[in-house]
Design a protein around this ligand. Structure first.
Ligand SMILES: *[C@@H]1O[C@H](CO)[C@@H](O)[C@H](O)[C@H]1NC(C)=O
Length: 605
């Protein structure tokens, strides 16, 4: 046989063998086409072999296929599982009795084709599984370029920002957003807006990706918000996203218009501090120059401040913006400042204010102000007049005192002026209706108050005199007198006389004994009763003493110790004497009673 014939024969043989196998339909291998796993976790790659005779010598092996095939594990039916030590997976794989290949701590580099093969006397079949490894990237970081501001309207594109996201698998994607709208991905650097991407495969085989955005921003982009998002895959065909923080751009653009305004909200009045602010629509703010009617004024940071303004500060102020990027534009503005004022109040007639009792008083109060104003006369809390005039027909002492004239500009809160003056009413003294003096009994001290109007201040004279003190109560002069309530005082009262150069007034003060309170009265009644019973007791004691004396005399007489004669003794022995003594006694007692009785008629006389 020549070579060709042999080759044909062998091909035929092979075909026959294959046909035999297929026809016998005996051996098949089934795997899961794709197995997905998160990096670091374990992956199970099942391999189901059917139709193999129980005692076959066939070997079931797992291979990885990159450029070449490398066996990682194998086992025969009923035999032990073996792993290959020289494969990239050695130490991390096991093959189960059901030929399932288990890989622990899966790495991105394990993302390969895995082939489960049955080879031996009865069969030669295989099936391929693809292992997919996933890992979520970190939150993207968005940074602005370190260079300064970007100028609007330039003809070349400027870097807006760089977005970086670390450690994803498989390779994620960066999407740019401007004001929440996604920007189409453009890599052509001839475009106005484009992105420059880059990918780094880390030692871990994870992907770090970066994208830098370039644009030609216009003034409209001054407030635009930029953001980037990383879009990545996870097992089960999931697409996930992580968003970066946002950035804005530091955009420079020329001033086109200028505004000049007063920051004070209330109408300006003299004494106020004011601020005028000048501002343009450009960025950054240019320098400003202030002036008032040709005279330059010093401002700071676009603000012109005036402290404690005066009416002379009113006028036309000018602000000029010096924007070197835009010389063509007219960047000046004017502001008219008005300062409200009120002059001090003036009262006519001027000078000290004296009025004679009963005279008429006419006063005028007026002022000048920048706007219509009101004038009010007040005394205490009472409003006397809403016009400038104050008119008192016949002044009384009550009209004396402090008056205020207040001017106000209703359209300007807080703009007021006022003046005070004192009205003195001159005239003869007038004593107020006197209060009665009261004492409990004659001889007690009593205090009397005599209060008198009058100007000049009246002098007081009291009759009778006592201890006097003088004080001022408003426009009254008060003299207080303390003296004992003698019988004369109780009878005739006390007279207070007040006098000054205009005349004299006098008033009598009555002083009387007042009935004391009921408890005192009872006391006194008790004392009176005690007095009369005392007299009775005295009489009884006298009678008893007399009886004792008589008894003593009688006893001495009987015992003869008395230096009397025998005759006396004899007489005493008789009953007559006895009777005499009794009679005498009776007379004595009668005299005593007569005395008591005679007393009353005497006092009645
Ligand atoms: C005005 O400013 C001065 C100093 O800056 C301050 O002392 C004063 O109290 C201010 N006056 C008012 C009315 O705010």
């Amino acid at each position: 046989m020549d070579g060709i014939t042999f080759g044909r024969a062998s091909l035929l043989c092979t075909l026959l063998l294959w046909a035999l196998q297929v026809c016998s339909g005996s051996v098949t291998v089934k795997v899961t086409p794709t197995v997905e796993v998160i990096k670091g976790e374990s992956a199970s790659l099942p391999c189901t072999v059917t139709g193999l005779p129980p005692s076959s010598k066939d070997i079931i092996s797992w291979y990885i296929e990159d450029d070449t095939r490398i066996r990682v594990a194998f086992r025969s039916q009923g035999g032990d599982g073996n792993t290959d030590n020289d494969s990239p997976l050695s130490g991390r794989v096991t093959i189960g009795e059901d030929f399932t290949l288990t890989i622990s701590a899966v790495q991105p580099s394990d993302e390969l084709s895995f082939i489960c093969q049955v080879a031996g006397p009865t069969a030669s079949v295989e099936a391929t599984t693809t292992l997919k490894v996933f890992y979520a990237p970190e939150k993207p970081e968005l940074t602005r370029p370190s260079s300064q501001a970007i100028s609007a309207g330039e003809s070349t594109s400027s870097e807006i920002g760089t977005c970086v996201t670390h450690n994803g698998h498989p390779q994620p994607r960066i999407i740019w957003f401007k004001d929440d709208q996604p920007l189409p991905e453009v890599k052509d650097r001839k475009e106005k807006t484009y992105m420059v991407p880059s990918v780094v495969r880390e030692a871990s085989n994870l992907f770090t990706i970066k994208s830098t955005l370039y644009m030609q921003p216009t003034k409209a982009d001054k407030d635009s918000v930029f953001q980037c998002t990383v879009e990545y895959s996870m097992p089960g065909d999931q697409i996930k996203k992580k968003k970066s923080d946002t950035i804005t751009i530091n955009l420079n653009y020329p001033s086109e218009t200028v505004t000049f305004a007063l920051l004070n909200t209330d109408p300006v009045k003299e004494g106020d501090n004011i601020t005028m602010k000048c501002e343009t629509d450009g960025n950054p703010q240019p320098e400003f120059v202030f002036s008032k009617e040709g005279e330059s004024r010093t401002g700071k940071g676009g603000k012109l401040m005036l402290t404690s303004v005066k009416r002379s500060d009113a006028g036309v102020y000018k602000c000029e913006a010096l924007d070197f990027d835009n010389f063509e534009a007219d960047l000046t503005k004017e502001l008219t400042l008005s300062v409200n004022y009120i002059d001090p109040m003036s009262v006519t007639p001027t000078g000290p204010h004296f009025a004679k009792l009963g005279d008429a008083v006419e006063m005028q109060c007026k002022t000048k102000a920048s706007s219509p104003h009101t004038v009010q006369w007040r005394k205490g809390s009472e409003v006397l007049s809403q016009t400038g005039g104050l008119s008192l027909k016949e002044v009384t002492y009550e009209n004396a005192g402090d008056y205020v004239c207040v001017g106000a500009v209703p359209s300007v809160p807080g703009l007021t002026a006022e003046t005070h003056f004192k009205l003195t009413v001159t005239g003869k003294p007038m004593i107020e209706a006197p209060a009665k003096g009261e004492v409990e009994k004659e001889g007690d001290m009593v205090t009397l108050k005599c209060s008198a109007f009058g100007h000049p201040a009246p002098q007081f004279t009291w009759k009778p005199q006592g201890k006097e003190s003088v004080s001022l109560e408003g426009s009254k002069v008060v003299s207080s007198l303390t003296l004992p309530a003698t019988a004369d005082v109780l009878k005739d009262g006390v007279t207070c006389e007040a006098s000054n150069e205009h005349g004299t007034d006098s008033k009598a003060f009555a002083v009387s004994i007042v009935r004391a309170s009921p408890s005192n009265e009872a006391d006194r009644a008790d004392k009176q009763q005690g007095g009369s019973s005392g007299v009775v007791i005295a009489v009884v004691v006298c009678v008893l003493l007399l009886l004792l004396l008589v008894a003593l005399l009688y006893f001495l007489n009987k015992s003869g110790k008395l230096p009397c004669s025998k005759k006396d003794k004899k007489e005493v022995a008789s009953g007559e004497v006895n009777n005499d003594i009794v009679v005498e006694m009776k007379t004595e007692k009668a005299n005593e009673e007569a005395g008591l009785l005679n007393k009353r008629p005497a006092t009645e006389q």
